[in-house]
Design a protein around this ligand. Sequence first.
Ligand SMILES: [Zn+2]
Length: 413
Amino acid sequence: MSNKTKSKNNQELSYQIVLSYKVSHNYPIKTFLIECRDKLNECISIIWNNIEYLKEKKPKLPKSNEFKRDLRNKLLENWDYASHYIDGIIKTAYSILESWSSNYKKGYRTKTKPIVKRLFVRVKTTLIKYDKEKGEVRITIKPRTEYLILNIKNEWFFNKVRDLTIGEIILKENEAFLTFKDNLNYSDREIIVGVDSNLKSLDLFHPIENWIRVDLTELHRIKEVYDKKIDGLKKLLKKCPLRVLRKIKRLLERRRNRVNDFLHKLTTQLSRLFPNAIFVFEDLNKRKMYKNKHHNRRIDRANWNGIIEKISYKTIAILVNPAYTSTTCPICGSKMESQEGQVVYCSNCMNSFNRQLVGCINIFRKGLGKIKKLMGGPGVASTGAEVSLRKLMTPNPNVVYYVDYNGKYLKCL
Ligand SMILES: [Zn+2]
């Protein structure tokens, strides 16, 4: 999770989240964006020419302060715009090359220099002035001579961001993506939700709604379609490696975009479903996933981390230790034997439960405990957290939601 600001003092415990919004504009900035893109490609070239190869497949990007200083000076030549843009361009170039390098190590990319075609530039906060009274965001293009003003007073989100601090902006030809930083306190929140992830669903435990499922079959389907295509191509790799690699690269990119798009919608709609909630997730770095014998609890790690990362931009998410979350009896708390199948049975209190419900309710309880501890006492009102026996015995979720591609909220069929 990013941007976490923690303080041990009870009530000051807060997380910083980033909200982002898109606005359109009509400023004729194409020339400026083209020059930014050319600088970005120039920057990539310079770094590219200074990459060291420790072993054949181990590229090492140049990172010394001396190199970076020279790079910045070189890029500032023939640059009429604000010099802070160059800093953003350098940052972008490094992240493009880091991503190339990690894919190259895995054999997904060849030793060809990435070239950027899209027109965009990152605007650092030093170049932005936010007038909260007028609802105006002013971006410096050239210091003291050229500015671009976005009026957001009439945008639907203005009330939400009125008192927040503005962050980086991504500027494109006809639109701008604004970000705002918000501090959220635990004490503002009333409800917590435990989230357990399974191969084709997210299972949530909410103190009032109880067991809720969000269906992920569509996500699973998207991945399978691309994985099949990629596996098919891998067999042809020996015949004409360059062409096949290029195709694989394109498929991977499309797969990533489709998955990201899905996760983005999922997390936005989930945070809208429970706007006052703290979401609790298992900390999978502490879970020995690949040693887990239960195939029906197998989890796609990338997926999971993507969900946690994206949701923590939109609301509060905390992580708990996953130990025993799938084997602790929700009624008597004793440890249940490992069992196959959807229904698990406690030999101590003789009750049986659905496996997914056991997972999310135990995560919910761990989250509740953690927050109480962090708040130094019973700080969080856990409305209805004491769950009746009957509700724990249910074989199916109360409601199943689906991501709505065309709407703002999760839908149930
Ligand atoms: Zn029991």
